[in-house]
Design a protein around this ligand. Structure first.
Ligand code: ADP
Length: 856
C-alpha cells in the first residue's frame, strides 16, 4: 500500500488540535461501526475526515440541522484524548489528500483487478443517458481521475445500502477497495439491463421519461434499482436515502404512498400490488409514468415538516396520488337503452336527443372517437345541463360540471405554477380528482360567459382542452406532468354563440336548443317538474294536485321565459305553501287523536271525503282550516299563493293608438316580443331614439324614415300640417321599451317602418300581429335569425299573425305543429307586403280611397 500515515489530532466538531492534512480547517468525522466494540470503542475505528462547508437548520420546533461537508480522506483513531464535551482523538491518515502516486505504477501493481474495475465502471456509465450533463461529466472523470479515486466516487453514486458503503470505506487497501466495489458495479449494470428491457416495451413512455427527466431534474441520472445481489428476489424495496436526486425512483417504500392515499386510489392500484411481486412492473410504474412523483416524494422525506414547502410538496404528492391516471369506468353503450333513458328524462327537444343518440351510436361503433365536442346553445332552463347529465347516465360515466361563467383567469383552467403561494391545479385537473376516473363526462357550463383579464385568456387555455388532437397531452401548470384527457367526454353549453371566441367555436359542434311552447311546458311540468317538486317537499299526489289549467295560468301569468326554470320555482312555491297546510293538518289530527285517547272513545268522527278541495276561494278563513286531501290548486289558490299575476295580456291595450307596433326580438334568454312606440311633435325634423339602441338599430331607424319619406306620396303619409315631407317642422321620437336593456340588430327594421307608417297615417296596427325582418333602402325585406324563438315568443304572447321575411319561410319547418296551427304566417319580400299584412284591410293607397289630404 502506498499510503503514508500522517498522525494528527482532531475533534469531531471544533477546530483541529494538531496537524492534519488540512490543518487550518475544522474536520467532521464519521465513524464506521464495523470494528467498534464497547471496550476501547474508538480505537481502530476508521472514519472520513471532512471539511464542514455549511451548517443549516434551526432548533425550532425541534432541533434539525443539515451539515454540508466535503470528504477529504480516511483516517484511523490512534488514541482518544478526551471524550467530553466532545470527542478529541489523535488520528492517523490512511489515504493521502495530495497527489495520488503514479497511476501507472498502481496499474501495474493491481494489474488485472484495476482493469476489470475500470471496464465495469465504463460499461455502467455508458449505459446511462449521456445527454444528461452529469453523466457526460462522470464519463470524463473516469478517464481523467486516477484509478485509486474511482472506487470511492462510484460507490457514492451507485445505488447501495449504507452498510455496503461503509464496507468500501473500511477497505483501506486499494486491492480490497476494487474487490469490494466490483460486485456493486455488476449488480448495478444488471439492474440497468433489466430496466432497458422493460423500456423496450414502452418506447413512447421512455421518450416521455427522458423529456421529463431532463426538464424536472436538470441533470440527475437514473442509476437503476437496488437489485438484491445474489438472490433474495422477495426482498423489500429499501427506503435508504441516496445522494443522487434521480436515483430514489425505485427506492420509494410502498407504505408512504399508501398513507398518502386515504381513498386508496393509488394510481394503477392493481399494479401496486404487482409491484411487490414483479420488479419490472414496479420499474415501469414508477419510472415511466411517475418520475416526478417519486422525485418529490424523495424531497419530502428529506424536508423538515416546519418548512412551508413541506405542505406544498405534500399537497402536490397527494394530488398526484389521487389523480385517476389509469382508472376508468366501463362504458355501457346500448343505444336502445339510451334512447329510452333520454326520453324518460326529457320531454320534447327531439332535435337535440337525435343528435346525442347519433353521437352515442358512433361511439358504440368506434370506441376511440375523437371529437366532435358538442355544444348545446339555447336560452336558460331549456334542459342543456340536464341532457348532459343524462348522457353521462346513459354511458354509465361519472358526471362533473365545470361552471365557466365569469372565469377570467387562465389559471382557472390550467392551474397556477407551484411557485405561487396558494397555487392550486386548474378546474380540469380538480374535476378529475373529484370524480376519481379518467373518462368522466365534463360539462363546460356557460362557455359564452368566459371573461378575459390581465391574467390571460381562459378561452385560449380551453382550446387545448377541447382539441382532440392535443388533449391527450394536457399539462396543468400545477401538476407539470402531462395528463391524458382524450378519454374525457366534453359537452359545452352556452346561451349564445355571439360571445364565444371564434377559435373555440370552431372546435365545437353547435346544437341549438330552442325554447318550449306552452303545450310543451305543460307536459314537462306534469311529467317531470311537479313529481320532482312533490318529492322534494315530502308531498304525494294524494296530497296535492295541480291541474293543467293551473299550470297554464302559471306559464302565462307568472312566467315569461323560454325555458322552464321559473315555472319550476313557482311550482316549488306552491308545494311549500301546501306543505305548511299539510303539516298543520297533521299536527291538528295528532292533537285530536291524543284528545280522543285521553277523553273518551266516542269522539268526533273525521270526514272520509277525499274529494279534491280547492284551497283558494275559501279565503283566509278557509286556509286556516285543516285541508281535506288532495289539495287542488285552482286559479284562485294560485293568486293566493303566488300573488297577483305578474304578466297580463297587455297587447291590445297598448296597440290602442297609432304609432305602436310589435316586433319580435331574439335574446340569449329566448325570443321576446318588443313594442316599438313613435310620436311626432313640432320641431326641426330631428329623429330622437331612446331605449339603449345599438348602432345597427339606429341605422335601421334612419333607413325606415328615409324609405317612408320617399314613399310618402304613394301611401299618402303626411305630417301634422298635411305635408308629404314627413320631417317638415316635425320631430320624431322612437322609443323601444324596456329602456334599460341594450338592444341591437337589424331585425327591427320592418317594425320601425310599420310603427312610423301607423303614426303618419293615423291608422292602428292590428293588435294581434308581430313582425321581424331587416329592411333595405329600396324597401326589400331581408332574412333574419332566431325565427323559432321569435315565433314561440309571439305564440306565448297570444298573438295570431306573424310577418316574416320570405327567405325565412324554410325556418317555419322547425316550429311545432300546434304553434303553426295557432298562428298565421305572412311571408314578405318587400315592405309593401309587410304593411298590407300589418294593417286591417291592407295599407296601399288604393285601400283607403276615402282618405284625402287637406292642403288647408
Ligand atoms: P339549462 O342548463 O338549459 O339552463 P337545466 O338543464 O338546468 O337548464 O334545466 C332546468 C330544469 O328544467 C331542470 O330541472 C331540468 O330537469 C328541467 N327541464 C328542462 N327541460 C326539460 C325537459 N325537456 N324535460 C324535462 N325536464 C326538463
Amino acid at each position: 500500500m502506498s499510503e503514508a500515515p500522517v498522525p494528527s489530532v482532531m475533534d469531531s466538531a471544533g477546530p483541529p488540535l494538531g496537524q492534519t492534512g488540512r490543518s487550518e480547517t475544522g474536520l467532521g468525522m464519521r465513524l464506521t461501526s464495523a470494528r467498534s466494540d464497547r471496550v476501547g470503542m474508538w480505537r481502530w475505528m476508521i472514519g472520513t475526515a471532512a471539511l464542514a462547508v455549511q451548517v443549516v437548520g434551526s432548533n425550532w420546533p425541534k432541533p434539525h440541522y443539515t451539515l454540508l461537508v466535503t470528504g477529504l480522506c480516511r483516517f484511523q483513531i490512534v488514541q482518544v484524548l478526551k471524550e467530553k464535551p466532545y470527542p478529541v482523538a489523535q488520528v492517523e491518515q490512511l489515504d493521502r489528500l495530495e497527489e495520488f502516486p503514479g497511476a501507472l505504477q498502481t496499474r501495474e501493481e493491481l494489474g488485472e483487478l484495476s482493469e476489470q474495475f475500470y471496464k465495469y465502471a465504463v460499461q455502467l456509465v455508458e449505459m446511462l443517458d449521456m445527454s444528461v450533463p452529469a453523466v457526460a461529466k462522470l464519463r470524463r472523470l473516469l478517464d481523467s481521475l486516477p484509478r485509486e479515486a474511482l472506487p470511492d466516487i462510484l460507490t457514492s453514486i451507485i445505488r447501495t445500502s449504507n452498510k455496503e458503503k461503509l464496507q468500501i470505506l473500511d477497505a483501506v487497501s486499494l486491492e480490497d477497495r476494487f474487490k469490494a466495489t466490483i460486485p456493486l458495479l455488476v449488480r448495478q449494470i444488471e439492474g440497468l439491463k433489466l430496466l432497458q428491457k422493460t423500456r423496450k416495451h414502452k418506447q413512447d413512455d421512455e421518450k416521455r421519461v427522458s423529456v421529463l427527466g431532463a426538464r424536472v431534474f436538470r441533470g440527475p441520472v437514473f442509476l437503476g434499482p437496488e437489485v438484491p445481489w445474489g438472490g433474495g428476489g422477495g426482498r423489500k424495496v429499501s427506503t435508504a436515502s441516496s445522494s443522487f436526486p434521480g436515483t430514489p425512483a425505485l427506492r420509494v417504500p410502498l407504505h408512504p404512498i399508501r398513507t398518502l392515499t386515504p381513498r386508496a386510489s393509488v394510481p394503477r392500484g392493481p399494479r401496486l400490488r404487482e409491484c411487490c411481486l414483479g420488479f419490472s412492473v414496479l420499474m415501469e410504474f414508477f419510472i415511466l409514468e411517475h418520475v416526478c412523483y417519486v422525485f418529490f416524494l424523495h424531497r419530502l422525506k428529506k424536508m423538515p415538516q416546519s418548512m412551508p414547502e413541506y405542505a406544498l410538496t405534500r399537497n402536490y404528492l397527494e394530488l398526484m396520488v389521487e389523480l385517476p391516471w389509469n382508472k376508468s369506468t366501463t362504458d355501457r353503450l346500448d343505444i336502445r337503452a339510451a334512447r329510452v333513458l333520454l326520453d324518460n328524462d326529457h320531454y320534447a327537444m327531439e332535435k337535440l336527443k337525435k343528435r346525442v343518440l347519433e353521437y352515442l351510436a358512433v361511439r358504440q361503433l368506434k370506441n376511440n372517437l375523437k371529437g366532435p365536442i358538442l355544444c348545446f346553445v339555447g336560452p336558460p332552463g331549456v334542459g342543456k345541463t340536464s341532457v348532459g347529465r343524462s348522457v353521462a347516465k346513459t354511458l354509465g360515466r361519472e358526471f362533473h360540471r365545470i361552471a365557466l361563467g365569469g372565469v377570467c383567469d387562465q389559471s382557472d383552467i390550467r392551474g397556477h405554477r407551484r411557485t405561487y403561494v396558494g397555487s392550486m391545479p386548474g378546474r380540469i385537473i380538480n374535476g378529475l380528482k373529484t370524480v376519481g376516473v379518467n373518462n368522466p363526462v365534463f360539462l363546460l357550463d356557460e362557455v359564452d360567459k368566459l371573461g378575459k383579464s390581465l391574467q390571460g385568456d381562459p378561452a385560449a387555455a380551453l382550446l387545448e382542452v377541447l382539441d382532440p388532437e392535443q388533449n391527450h397531452n394536457f399539462t396543468d401548470h400545477y401538476l407539470n406532468v402531462a395528463f391524458d384527457l382524450s378519454q374525457v367526454l366534453f359537452i359545452a353549453t352556452a346561451n349564445t354563440t355571439a360571445t364565444i371566441p371564434a377559435a373555440l367555436l370552431d372546435r365545437m359542434e353547435i346544437i341549438q336548443v330552442p325554447g318550449y311552447t306552452q303545450e310543451e311546458k305543460i307536459e314537462i311540468a306534469h311529467r317531470h317538474l311537479i313529481p320532482k317538486q312533490l318529492d322534494q317537499h315530502g308531498l304525494t299526489p294524494q296530497q296535492l294536485q295541480i291541474p293543467p289549467a293551473t299550470t297554464l295560468g302559471i306559464i302565462t301569468r307568472y312566467t315569461r321565459e323560454a325555458g322552464v326554470r321559473s315555472l319550476d320555482r313557482k311550482l316549488g312555491a306552491i308545494c311549500r305553501a301546501v306543505a305548511v297546510k299539510v303539516a298543520e293538518g297533521q299536527h291538528r289530527e295528532a292533537k285530536l287523536e291524543r284528545a280522543d285517547a285521553t277523553e273518551a272513545e266516542g269522539g268526533r268522527e273525521h270526514s272520509e271525503d277525499t274529494e279534491p278541495q280547492p284551497i283558494g276561494d275559501s279565503g283566509a278563513a278557509g286556509l286556516a282550516l285543516p285541508p281535506e286531501m288532495p289539495i287542488l290548486i285552482d286559479l284562485h289558490a294560485l293568486k293566493d299563493i303566488l300573488g297577483p299575476p305578474m304578466y297580463e295580456m297587455e297587447v291590445s291595450e297598448r296597440l290602442s293608438q297609432p304609432g305602436v307596433a310589435i316586433g319580435l326580438a331574439w335574446t340569449p334568454l329566448g325570443g321576446e316580443i318588443m313594442f316599438v312606440e313613435a310620436s311626432r311633435m313640432d320641431g326641426e325634423g330631428q329623429l330622437t331614439l331612446t331605449g339603449q339602441l345599438g348602432d345597427v338599430m339606429k341605422e335601421s331607424a334612419h333607413l325606415a324614415i328615409s324609405w317612408l319619406r320617399s314613399n310618402a306620396k304613394k301611401y299618402h303619409l303626411t305630417n301634422a300640417s298635411g305635408s308629404f315631407d314627413l320631417l317638415d317642422n316635425t320631430d320624431i321620437h322612437l322609443h323601444f321599451p324596456a329602456g334599460a336593456v341594450t338592444k341591437d340588430g337589424p331585425s327591427a327594421g320592418v317594425t320601425i317602418v310599420t310603427c312610423l307608417a301607423s303614426l303618419f297615417s293615423g291608422r292602428l296596427v292590428r293588435s294581434d300581429v308581430a313582425m321581424t325582418g331587416e329592411i333595405t333602402l329600396r324597401g326589400l325585406v331581408l332574412p333574419v335569425g332566431g325565427i323559432k324563438d321569435k315565433v314561440l315568443a309571439a305564440h306565448r304572447a297570444g298573438l295570431k299573425r306573424v310577418i316574416l321575411p320570405q327567405r325565412n319561410e324554410k325556418d317555419l319547418e322547425e316550429i311545432p305543429g300546434n304553434v303553426r296551427r295557432d298562428l298565421s304566417f305572412v311571408t314578405a319580400s318587400c315592405l309593401d307586403e309587410v304593411l298590407n299584412a300589418a294593417f286591417d284591410g291592407g295599407f296601399s293607397a288604393k285601400a283607403r280611397p276615402g282618405l284625402l289630404n287637406s292642403k288647408l
